[in-house]
Design a protein around this ligand. Structure first.
Ligand SMILES: [Zn+2]
Length: 104
């Protein structure tokens, strides 16, 4: 059974997001990093730093933007970061452009 990270929405965590496990995707240490900072704030930080894969081998074809978009939370993100992530905003505006944008 896999679990979803509440911060980056990576949904292949082999363990629940707690007990000091660390998300291999965004690097959040559950129970520590998220003890005093909200998931949405941690997500903002992760995205602002480039939404990079944290450690280990990332899944083939993995894309943070795709992952965020699939989570259904992309809209919130777009509202909070209107300028710095224009590419992602464009992706939200033109869903048909997915393949092109993701390959950039
Ligand atoms: Zn994560």
């Amino acid at each position: 059974m896999n679990y979803r990270c509440p911060v980056c929405f990576f949904d292949e965590l082999p363990y629940p997001p707690r007990d000091y496990h660390i998300c291999p995707c965004c690097g959040t240490e559950f129970g520590n990093d998220d003890a005093e900072v909200s998931d949405s704030r941690l997500r903002e930080i992760w995205i602002t730093q480039g939404a990079k894969w944290f450690f280990g081998k990332r899944p083939e074809g993995w894309s943070p933007w795709h992952q965020l978009a699939e989570s259904g939370n992309a809209f919130k993100f777009r509202a909070s970061q209107p300028h710095r992530h224009q590419r992602f905003a464009n992706l939200m505006r033109e869903p048909n452009e997915f393949p092109r944008v993701l390959s950039m």
